[in-house]
Design a binder for this molecule. Structure first.
Ligand code: GLY
Length: 360
């Protein structure tokens, strides 16, 4: 078992990395959120594998469980789903102390998390991520929210979990494409702020793809510890937390214009490739940053080129997203392996060129 702590100015919580921890879910939840009732939210795929196990464990720890499954996929990360969650919580008469347990990937964590942040002005949230991507990124740091037609994650809140439980064994039932998407976020962490992590990842690709337990536990520990450090330094994204958006400004435009046919992790992989291209072309970084990043992404089976929407459409999606947020296109650009900066002065033609550089 490994343990990482997220230490914030007003609260702290643990990330427990423990093979088989889902079987002890009830006991773990009771330690940090004792109550009579709880809500367990999942999607239909995760529910089929682990719903009954999780529910049984919660019941064995004397919780009355309100269990709700919804359809998975980015399209479900919506205000309509949150409305269904509210109804379930209200019908089951959950109280302010009743925990909401989010069992699933990032869509479940973000959507159930947003319901937990707003129901009765906030109830305890336990994140039980089941995808690698959610384990190393979305479940840590308290960002919760949903998409709207205008863009991704435009409605949301910060609501830190009381506990994050990572069971490396659940990755064995994860679809390979989804597993690869998680590795994209790990590569991102190394590039933007931890060269030792990047090098360790380069030397561990085979063990990681084979899901060797010691390697996976180390991956989870290193990446959650990295994220915990950033969140501790900048909980509300007023500064360095924005560096975690490496690959995301390009990536969100790619996801949106593909109508989410390109999943988040693949879009981030493509976005990292585009950002590294801009870094090199604008003289910020040596070419090695681009070549090493592409090589590592490709070794994980991630795309670094793809069939994309027309450049003007991609650019429009990027502008619209950023217009709603801040008015300018801000890109996170690598300066070397383990260093990045935020730039808001990249000329439009270079952004378009970067999109072309990743077009297959
Ligand atoms: N996923 C980026 C962040 O948590 O800030």
């Amino acid at each position: 078992m490994a343990e990482v702590e997220v230490i914030l100015p007003h609260e702290r919580y643990k990330i427990l990395i423990e093979p088989g921890v889902l079987e002890n879910l009830g006991a773990r939840v009771r330690e940090c959120a004792p109550a009579e009732k709880c809500a367990l939210f999942t999607d239909s795929t995760v529910g089929r594998h682990y719903g009954a196990l999780a529910k049984k464990s919660l019941q064995a720890s004397a919780y009355q469980v309100e269990y709700l499954e919804f359809a998975g996929g980015e399209q479900s990360k919506s205000l309509e789903s949150v409305r269904v969650f509210y109804d379930a919580l209200l019908d089951a008469k959950l109280e302010r102390t009743s925990p909401v347990i989010a069992l699933g990937g990032g869509v479940v964590g973000d959507t159930a998390g947003f319901a937990a942040a707003t129901y009765l002005r906030g109830v305890p949230l336990i994140q039980c991520p089941t995808s690698l991507l959610a384990m190393v990124d979305a479940s840590v740091g308290g960002k919760v929210g949903v998409n709207v037609p205008q863009g991704k994650n435009l409605i949301g809140s910060f609501h830190q979990p009381k506990l994050v439980l990572l069971d490396p064994r659940v990755l064995r039932t994860l679809d390979l494409r989804e597993l690869r998407c998680g590795f994209a976020e790990c590569v991102k962490h190394g590039i933007l702020g931890d060269s030792a992590l990047f090098e360790w990842t380069e030397s561990s690709v085979d063990a990681l793809l084979a899901l060797e337990e010691p390697a996976i536990i180390e991956l989870l520990s290193r990446n959650t510890a990295f994220k915990a450090r950033i969140v501790a330094a900048d909980e509300k994204e007023k500064g360095m937390r924005a560096l975690l958006n490496l690959g995301h400004t390009f990536g969100h435009a790619i996801e949106k214009t593909s109508a989410y046919a390109i999943p988040h992790g693949e879009a981030v992989s493509l976005g990292i490739a585009a950002a590294a291209y801009v870094s090199v072309e604008s003289g910020r970084a040596e070419k090695e940053v681009l070549t090493r990043s592409l090589k590592l992404l490709e070794r994980f089976g991630l795309p670094v080129t793809a069939a994309l929407a027309p450049g003007a459409e991609l650019f429009h999606a990027m502008k619209l997203d950023k217009k709603i947020r801040s008015g300018t296109i801000r890109l996170v650009l690598p300066l070397g392996i383990g260093r990045a900066e935020i730039a808001d002065d990249i000329p439009d033609p270079l952004i378009l060129e970067a999109f072309e550089s990743i077009r297959s």
